[in-house]
Design a protein around this ligand. Structure first.
Ligand SMILES: Cc1cc2nc3c(=O)[nH]c(=O)nc-3n(C[C@H](O)[C@H](O)[C@H](O)COP(=O)(O)OP(=O)(O)OC[C@H]3O[C@@H](n4cnc5c(N)ncnc54)[C@H](O)[C@@H]3O)c2cc1C
Length: 401
């Protein structure tokens, strides 16, 4: 019998038994990064057993299951804290490659991405192109079986440990800005790439400037057709926004579960303010936002078929941004003047301050809140488009700096 014909109960029993046999949480930390997974040996077993992407076809590490049966697998993994399931929803690199890479490149890259063996970064933003991403000036020039890339990227999370960057680069300067862009998996470990760390407001340095000088990318690493990179980018951005809308980093101390709804209640109790009616209302409001966002995201995910670029993902990301800012503000309010303290003797204040600053990760990274509102207005609600004077002009003639 194939798994496809298993009943829900039989599937649950199979995955539970497999986890009991294979998930030994102390199996070893192999060093994590963007795309790189700390439990890579276990991840390889998850892929081999076809638990990583169960909705994908049999020939691509899947079981051709429905989303409902895939959820059974994800829940079983979540129940024991095991990683690796649900990648058909959450692995933005593998889903983008699966939808748009050439068959040959897919064979190489997709299994490695699912096993968490490849460090990845996103080479999108440039000093002159952030919200207006179609204004990129990094160029990729065709030379036989490869492209030569020159330009500068910025705010590139994880670039220092990346093996590949998902790169958008201009390949035609004589057509309007959205129509001359191509999308590549650029090998990062080569002489033409220089990565310089940037320090963030949280005092971490996850993101970087990337200077690209005559770097080489094989033509086979192009995703989608030449000059159609904008469409591929929409798939990748939808997965990124979907992931950011689902979850965010919790306190740096790891003292409470970022997804749990009880942390604020506990903090209010500790502060002796659980009976304050205004505080109770504010705690209830943040909690209600969280629950609603989870429900909305589940509904939106049902529409995100493979390779789809659902603009509805902007809604979850925007909601998560609001939740993070509201929760951080409330934490600081509960601590009062104590929120001004810092250092290891004041973990609650450290957490509140870190969360206040880190909330900007979600409200800026992956496209700002304002841009998500534009997308929702134009592509979900069908409101008139924002004026764009350079939309139909050959990019070569666009005046920008
Ligand atoms: C933590 C973090 C991680 C990041 N990681 C990456 C990464 O890995 N790879 C990558 O490529 N980039 C990354 N970014 C960059 C991020 O995508 C950009 O910062 C973002 O798209 C905004 O671009 P910008 O910084 O150039 O701001 P700008 O585009 O200059 O925007 C400045 C302000 O103007 C507003 N604005 C701009 N245009 C409009 C408009 N049309 N309508 C209304 N308001 C508008 C914006 O909302 C913003 O408030 C990261 C950013 C952060 C904060």
């Amino acid at each position: 019998m194939t798994t496809q014909t298993l009943t829900d109960e039989a599937l649950k029993a199979e995955v539970t038994a497999w986890l009991a046999d294979h998930w030994k949480p102390k199996a070893g930390d192999q060093g994590a990064g963007f795309g790189l997974h700390p439990h890579r040996d276990f991840m390889a077993k998850v892929v081999e057993a076809r638990w990583a992407v169960p909705t994908w076809p049999m020939e691509w590490y899947g079981r051709a299951l429905s989303s409902a049966q895939a959820k059974i697998i994800e829940k079983a993994f979540a129940a024991v804290g095991a990683p690796g399931a649900g990648q058909d929803r959450s692995n933005l690199w593998a889903n983008t490659a699966m939808a748009h890479a050439t068959p040959a490149f897919k064979r190489t890259i997709v299994p490695a991405l699912l096993r968490g063996e490849v460090g990845m970064c996103l080479l999108y933003s440039e000093p002159g192109a952030g919200s207006d991403l179609a204004a990129i000036r990094t160029r990729a020039d065709h030379k036989g079986d490869h492209y030569v890339v020159n330009g500068q990227k910025v705010w590139t999370s994880g670039a220092a440990v990346a093996d590949y960057g998902m790169l958008v680069a201009r390949t035609d300067w004589d057509v309007p800005k959205h129509k001359g862009i191509s999308f590549f998996f650029l090998p990062m470990k080569q002489p033409g790439i220089e990565v310089r760390p940037l320090r963030q407001i949280t005092n971490e340095a996850h993101f970087n400037e990337v200077f690209i000088t005559d770097a080489i990318v094989p033509a086979d690493n192009m995703l989608g057709p030449l000059n159609n990179g904008w469409g591929v980018l929409q798939t990748a951005l939808a997965y990124e926004r979907s992931v950011m809308g689902d979850a965010a980093r919790g306190p740096r101390s790891g003292q409470d579960n970022p997804k749990g709804d009880s942390a604020l209640v506990e903090l209010a109790r500790e502060a002796g303010r659980l009976n304050d009616p205004v505080i109770r209302q504010e705690v209830a409001q943040v909690t209600a936002y969280k629950v609603l966002n989870r429900l909305n995201n589940a509904r939106a995910k049902a529409e995100l078929a493979q390779g789809n670029s659902s603009p509805i993902m902007s809604l979850g990301k925007l909601a998560m941004s609001r939740i993070l800012h509201e929760e951080a503000r409330l934490r600081s309010k509960l601590l009062g003047a104590g929120s001004l303290l810092e250092g290891p003797d004041h973990p609650r204040a450290e957490d509140a301050n870190f969360l206040s600053l880190n909330a900007y990760f979600t409200s800026i990274g992956g496209g700002t809140d304002q841009i998500q509102r534009n997308i929702i207005g134009e592509r979900v609600l069908g409101l008139p488009k924002e004026p764009e004077v350079d939309r139909d002009m050959a990019f070569r003639n666009v005046r920008s700096g």
